[in-house]
Design a protein around this ligand. Sequence first.
Ligand code: SF4
Length: 318
Amino acid sequence: MTKDIKNMNYYEIEPEDNTFTDIVADITHRCNMECKNCYLPNRLPPDMSLEKFKEFVKRVPVGPKHAQRMFRILGAEPTLHKDCLGFVKAVLDAGHKCIILTNGLRLSSESYVQKLLDVGLEHIYISMNGVDRDDWYTAIDDMPCATKKLKALKNVANKFKLDIGCILVKGVNDDAPLRMVNLMKEYDIKNVTLRFKNVGQLGRYMAEIPDNWSMEDLVSIVAKQFNLSEKYIWDFYKINHRYHGAPEVCGIEFPVDSSQDPKDPKFRYNGIWIKLTDWGTDNEVGIPDPGNTRRGRITQDWKLAPFYEHVKRNEGGY
Ligand code: SF4
């Protein structure tokens, strides 16, 4: 059931009037994991219809005025949808950009990865909360899945624009940033964005606000482990997002190599970049980053709504 939340700026728009640069499509609510931090733990809603999605995508303007949109295909676990590849193709055929966000288990199959390449996908995000350690995966994701995650990493290495996501859970995987960068070196992955975030109190989660890392903590942890100054990292705070064109209060994105000019677009996917995201909900609306205008979510009735606001209003329902 949809909840009304006080002080929340919630709105819905038709796809023709889209203002979001990133559009989230939760194409299935099914999953093959049971992570302890999951903003979408409800498994009951039916899979999204590919035919209806195709009609929807065509209604989202593309072109100089509106620019290309980044469709984020996720779910729960998008690769479980029988038509997952069809969703990617529909987005690319309509002239938009596409990324799949996945837990990576399905990508441990080389032939599945080849199918993603064949359909034209260029950009993938894999969550790796435990990096290469089964004890961390068990503690955070309730599954000792390091072997499959590493196989997936090997299969996608240097074939896609690659993002790796990792939730930092206080007292569990505190060394994950350093371990992750060492893993990238071991797998000879030269260009990657490593995304570290704290726990978001949405859906199912394992840390309440007082037990969570803050953005200041994330900066301090990463600065120490990457031998960077905290000032170097904070200097990237509230600068315009690279394609949204406006600053983000919940994120800081920067290259590990401080000799790169981050404003030069040719460096964006060169080398190792870090994105720190504050998923904490310590504000009067109780969602990460209230009022964010970059990410929109496809609603059950094929409109667009601000992402976090829609997730919160439909928590446990959609
Ligand atoms: S976080 Fe992702 S992989 Fe984990 S249970 Fe939720 S949907 Fe599945």
